[in-house]
Design a protein around this ligand. Structure first.
Ligand code: G2I
Length: 448
């Protein structure tokens, strides 16, 4: 049987619909009513705007005024980390973390928990441990802290910065990693059991654009989703200088396409192009439906871990910087317009042994697209596969999870090492980003 199904969903922007119905006056009114704080401006599209908070600054009135006025999400900068919450094994201290949480909640803000496990800021006793003893201690830490904050945390950074820098795309060495490669999924499972309501995130830096490190994280998240490991979100720290990566939006989108929320979690940007770069990051998030919010890593330049570089939105005296206005304007302008998501499934005649099918999920915006291609094995396992796509009016600019030949017209894709073996009836994915139109890809699959 030959089966081709096609579904197109349009995501309308509410204000556009209202403006069309009520006429131009509403547009003028909407502009006059543009939100005047970061939190309110982000809330117009259902997102949050947050900041890292240090407990030691909650007595500083300039700091607290800005916090209470501008932000509706809070991350404890250091106070919920392992060294702060369990300075001695089995002895938990929550006073500073609780202070931040209570200040936030009593002012109507939500809290991101940061971070249950990280190779840095391990307490000394944990730094000296290895193996099964450490595995037990680390899972107990996750359970205890997530249980203490149960029901109060919007999202936890369950694991922070576990991937290596450079081109390997692999894990970073640490005593946590040396307890076994499954330490991350074990941590996510423990966190879910302790606080089923919190979204569980993986958080990292230098993963903001498409590169070997972010692709390593992408592969882990895809694997977790395929095996039912409880992961709900990925945090992109975005410690940047001068520019946002040009493919930040495409990177956020490819993670979102795996079925997780994405968030900008520790944003700060140094350099002369700061305001433009802040606007670019804001727009990248707004363009991705599952990008649920942005957090800056501190309030004033003097509060920053990079204070010499003045990377934040307020000056040391608490004045709004050009970067602040750039972010507010971008939030008030909203996303770039409706995004069209098209899912096309092409199934060949009864896939038999050695056969496979390919389907594509396409996210198209004005000037570009991200395509995610799913390769499904027929009634026997695949040892390798080849997919052909057609790009009549577009060009591939970036891809992941497959080898490519060609960038437009007929483009051929073959598996990479880790995704060539696909059990009978199971699927794997690869993806690519392109300029122009991604319509009419019509993927076909063959075993190789
Ligand atoms: O390093 C920047 C961030 C990268 N991603 C994870 C974040 O958790 C991390 O935040 C920073 C904090 O902003 C710093 O405030 O993490 C640092 C620790 O690696 C924090 O610095 C520490 C100092 O190293 C300590 O000496 C100090 O006692 O802050 C502590 C509290 O002020």
């Amino acid at each position: 049987m030959k089966l081709t199904s096609r579904s197109v969903s349009l995501v309308p922007i509410v204000s556009t619909v209202a403006a069309a119905a009520l006429g131009a006056t509403l547009v003028v009114t909407a502009t006059a009513n543009a939100a005047t704080t970061l939190g309110a401006a982000a809330a117009q599209s259902g997102r949050y705007y947050g900041t890292a908070v240090a407990a030691g600054k909650l007595g500083d009135s300039t700091y607290v005024n800005i916090l209470n006025t501008e932000f509706n999400m809070v991350t404890a900068e250091n106070e919920m980390k392992w060294d702060a919450t369990e300075p001695n094994r089995g002895q938990f201290t929550y006073s500073s973390g609780d202070r931040i949480l209570n200040q936030a909640v009593s002012n109507g803000k939500r809290v991101r928990g940061h971070a249950l496990l990280w190779h840095q800021q391990e307490p000394g006793w944990a730094q000296r441990m290895e193996g099964s003893d450490l595995r037990q201690a680390m899972l107990n830490h996750v359970t205890q802290v997530a249980t203490h904050y149960r029901g109060k945390i919007y999202a936890w950074d369950v694991v922070n910065e576990a991937f290596a820098d450079g081109g390997s795309g692999g894990r970073r060495d640490s005593n946590l990693q040396r307890t076994g490669n499954d330490w991350i999924e074990a941590a996510f499972r423990a966190a879910r059991a302790a606080d089923p309501a919190a979204k569980l995130c993986y958080n990292d830096y230098n993963t903001d654009g498409i590169n070997a490190k972010s692709t390593g994280v992408y592969n882990m998240v895809r694997d977790f989703k395929s095996r039912g490991v409880p992961i709900d979100c990925v945090g992109f720290q975005a410690h940047l200088t001068n520019n946002a990566p040009s493919d930040m939006r495409a990177n956020l989108q490819r993670f979102a396409d795996l079925g997780v929320d994405v968030q900008i979690t520790e944003l700060d940007i140094a350099g002369a192009n700061q305001a433009n770069a802040y606007a670019a990051v804001t727009k990248a998030c707004l363009a991705v439906t599952r990008c649920t919010g942005i957090t800056v890593w501190g309030i004033r330049d003097t509060d920053s871990w990079r204070r010499g570089e003045n990377p934040l939105l307020f000056t040391g005296s608490g004045a709004k910087k050009p970067a602040y206005n750039a972010v507010l304007d971008a939030l008030n302008a909203g996303g770039p317009g409706p995004t069209t998501t098209t899912t096309t499934t092409t199934t060949s005649n009864d896939p038999g042994p050695g056969d496979c099918t390919a389907s594509v999920s396409l996210n198209q915006w004005g000037e570009g697209f991200v395509a995610t291609v799913k390769v499904t094995a027929g009634s026997s396992a695949l040892r390798g596969w080849r997919v052909t796509t057609t790009l009549s009016n577009g060009t591939v600019t970036n891809s992941w999870g497959a080898n490519r030949s060609g960038t437009s017209g007929t483009v051929n894709w073959t598996n990479v090492d880790y995704n060539g073996s696909v059990p009978a009836g199971q699927s794997t994915e690869f993806g690519f980003q392109g300029a122009g139109s991604g319509s009419g890809l019509n993927p076909t699959c063959a075993a190789s």
